[in-house]
Design a protein around this ligand. Structure first.
Ligand code: ZN
Length: 200
C-alpha cells in the first residue's frame, strides 16, 4: 500500500457506515440556519514515533460544516496533519481532533498498513488515538471534568450531525471517559502501545 493510501481521519472513523445512511441533515436543510463559526485554535506540538516534527496544514475540503482532521505523509514523505473546516466546531473539539490526529503519528499508525475500515483493528487504532488525545488535554492543557464534558458534548454533537447511531457515540465517549479517569500520562500510554507493536 502506498503511503498516501494510509490516511487516518478523526470525525469519520466509520465512513462506510456514514455513506450507507441517509444524510439526516438533508431533512432540516429547508430551514435556513445561520452556522456558528469559531476561532481556530493554535495547533499543539506533534512529533511522530521516529522523532520527526509533524506539520499542521489548513485545507478546506471534505463536507462543508464538518470539521475533520487527517494524519498522513505528504507527497514528499513528510508527516502532516490536514485540518479541514475547523471553524465549524468549538475550540475544545478542534483541540481534540489535533491531538487525535497527532496520536496516529505518535503511535506509528501512519506508517503501518491501514487495516480494513471499521474492522476491529481499525476501531482499536481510533480508540487508542482518542485516548492519547484526551490524556494530553488532561495533563498538558489542564482539562478538568467540566472541560472534559465540553469535549464529550462537542463529540456527541458532531457525530450525531454526521448521522452516527447512539451506540457508536456513547461507546466512543465511554472510551475517552475511561482513559481520562483511569490512565496515567499520555507519554506512558504511547510508550506502551509502541512496545506492543515492536516499534520501540
Ligand atoms: Zn483517527
Amino acid at each position: 500500500m502506498s503511503r498516501q493510501g494510509s490516511t487516518l481521519c478523526t470525525v469519520l472513523p466509520a465512513l462506510g457506515l456514514v455513506l450507507n445512511m441517509a444524510y439526516p441533515e438533508a431533512a432540516v436543510a429547508q430551514t435556513p440556519q445561520t452556522r456558528t463559526t469559531y476561532e481556530v485554535v493554535d495547533a499543539p506540538s506533534c512529533t511522530n514515533n521516529k522523532g520527526e516534527t509533524v506539520r499542521y496544514i489548513e485545507r478546506s475540503s471534505g463536507r462543508s460544516g464538518i470539521a475533520a482532521g487527517m494524519a498522513i505523509r505528504d507527497g514528499n514523505g513528510n508527516p502532516v496533519i490536514y485540518r479541514s473546516n475547523y471553524a465549524a466546531t468549538p475550540p475544545e473539539f478542534q483541540s481534540f481532533i489535533d491531538r487525535h490526529e497527532c496520536a496516529h503519528h505518535q503511535t506509528g499508525d501512519v506508517d503501518r498498513p491501514l487495516p480494513p475500515r471499521n474492522g476491529a483493528e481499525y476501531m482499536m487504532n481510533e480508540s487508542i488515538s482518542d485516548c492519547v488525545a484526551i490524556l494530553r488535554m488532561r495533563d498538558e492543557d489542564g482539562y478538568n471534568r467540566a472541560a472534559f464534558s465540553k469535549v464529550a458534548a462537542a463529540l456527541r454533537h458532531e457525530m450525531s450531525n454526521i448521522g452516527f447511531p447512539e451506540i457508536s457515540i456513547s461507546s466512543r465517549i465511554s472510551n475517552i471517559d475511561n482513559c481520562y479517569t483511569k490512565y496515567g500520562s499520555p507519554q506512558d500510554f504511547v510508550i506502551g502501545i509502541l512496545e506492543q507493536r515492536g516499534l520501540l
